[in-house]
Design a protein. Structure first.
Length: 123
């Protein structure tokens, strides 16, 4: 398992684009998922953020594999994968760290860490 302190920045773009970092474990898993669906060359992973009610509600992060970016999407590329970010989620995803963890007894899956606190904050 990679910790945020040791994870290498994976995907950075121009200052106007969100900065999203994937740990090596997350990059490997996303690449594997894209290969399984034959999307590695043309598709990508869409990351989203939904706001809860009020400023103190945590953000809810989502992800789905897609064939191509949608109109107006930002496309972040690095380490052989592409991320698709819609304009509504861009600000909320800025600074997000995505890890892939496999913990005995707890299971495996993606973990999201945000600099605005647990789950990020809407305001």
């Amino acid at each position: 398992m990679s910790s945020p302190e040791t994870a290498q920045p994976a995907i950075d773009e121009a200052p106007s684009s969100p900065t999203i970092r994937l740990t090596p474990a997350a990059i490997e898993k996303v690449r594997e998922m894209l290969e399984e669906e034959d999307l590695l060359e043309t598709g990508g992973l869409r990351l989203t953020a939904r706001h809860g009610a009020g400023c103190s509600a945590p953000l809810q992060f989502g992800m789905i594999l897609e064939f191509e970016p949608g109109p107006g999407d930002e496309v972040l590329e690095g380490n052989g994968i592409r991320l698709f970010i819609d304009t509504r989620s861009s600000w909320s995803l800025d600074g997000l760290m995505v890890d892939y963890v496999d913990t005995p007894g707890m299971g495996e899956g993606f973990a999201f860490r945000h600099p605005r606190g647990v789950g990020g904050r809407a305001c």
